[in-house]
Design a protein around this ligand. Structure first.
Ligand code: ATP
Length: 238
């Protein structure tokens, strides 16, 4: 790929003595939606933490826009335009929806691409109806929307989504998927971590399959969908 936005090359990383990622390489082009799918404990969240800079690789490189960010701290990677929306949907429960967004607009990236509050509320109807409600009063799906909205008002250009559909009712899963499509329409690059391979297949241009910290497969959604061996062996789809 010429000029990927993000590339990981032979990354080894983990927690103290515990190695989790093994020679992991992946690339994401500008405006792509790429999924990273794999079973529980395969190393998906660890990959996102390593990209953001919460974990520093023991070897290998993480490059963002052709700059080596392997040893850069999370506060700085966020300033450069990368945002992580974690599985636990980190929002401020005691603040209102509006306050959550205003606070995110103050921090975030120097990208100059931050969406205004009005633009974001235009994308997220549910949130627009609840701007004065507290974060804690939102449903799981709405909290997920708010977490994504925070990344947008913060000016993120690469959004790392960690299991955005986890624990949500099927009709809300569809809403979250629509939002990911809208992000893509706006030219935002997305790395989507999913245990639910069907969500990945439906949304992603390309997919990586991770198993025990190693990338074991890379392919388009059409290719992965047709590869029954990979689906069965690494993703438990029969
Ligand atoms: P899940 O869907 O369960 O979140 P995952 O693919 O995201 O799975 P990771 O959370 O990256 O997997 O975990 C990969 C491995 O690292 C697991 O064996 C896990 O037990 C281990 N691990 C995760 N966090 C820590 C930690 N803080 N300290 C030590 N080991 C950890």
């Amino acid at each position: 790929m010429t000029n990927p936005v993000l590339s990981l090359e032979n990354v080894n990383a983990g927690y103290g003595e515990t190695q989790v990622l093994r020679n992991l390489s992946l690339e994401i082009g500008a405006g792509e939606v790429v999924s990273l799918v794999g079973r529980n404990g395969a190393g998906k969240t660890t990959t996102l933490r390593t990209i953001l800079g919460i974990i520093t690789p023991t070897s290998g490189t993480v490059a963002y826009r052709d700059e080596d960010i392997s040893a850069i701290e999370a506060t700085e990677t966020v300033r450069r335009g990368i945002a992580l929306v974690p599985e636990e949907r980190r929002i401020f429960p005691e603040l209102t929806v509006r306050e959550n967004l205003e606070l995110a607009a103050l921090g975030g990236a120097d990208s100059g691409n931050a969406l205004s509050l009005e633009e974001v509320l235009g994308m997220f109807e549910n949130l627009a109806e609840r701007t004065e409600n507290s974060g804690s009063s939102l449903s799981g799906g709405e909290q997920q929307m708010l977490a994504i909205a925070r990344a947008l008002v913060g000016g993120a250009e690469l959004i790392l989504l960690d299991e955005p559909t986890e624990g949500l009712a099927p009709f809300i899963v569809q809403d979250v998927m629509d939002i990911v499509r809208q992000l893509n329409d706006r030219g935002i690059t997305v790395l989507l971590v999913e245990q639910n391979v069907h969500v990945g297949l439906e949304l992603a241009d390309r997919n990586y399959v991770i198993n025990q910290g190693e990338i074991v497969y890379e392919g388009t959604s059409a290719e992965l969908e047709a590869d029954e061996d990979i689906l069965e062996q690494y993703l438990g789809v029969t």
